[in-house]
Design a protein around this ligand. Structure first.
Ligand SMILES: [Zn+2]
Length: 75
């Protein structure tokens, strides 16, 4: 007859407090996300021709499929 494996004594489950972040604490992240989103919308929607920041059409070609996917006029 084999001996049973050692069983550790059961202990009561411990509770771990969930960290709560206030809306004011999230404000810098929301601002950063908004800036990144606005830059993305600019480069997808308006980086072309007279409104282009970078010369040439490299940025336009890079985001060309996204432009059509989002319904921005292109060609
Ligand atoms: Zn196009």
């Amino acid at each position: 007859m084999s001996t049973p494996a050692a069983v550790e004594p059961r202990t009561a489950p411990t509770t771990v407090p969930v960290p709560v972040v206030s809306l004011r604490g999230l404000l810098p992240y929301w601002i950063f996300a908004g800036i990144v989103l606005m830059l993305a919308i600019y480069f997808v929607g308006a980086e072309e021709g007279a409104t282009s920041v970078f010369a040439g059409s490299n940025v336009h070609e890079l985001v060309h499929d996204a432009r059509h996917l989002l319904g921005f006029p292109c060609h």
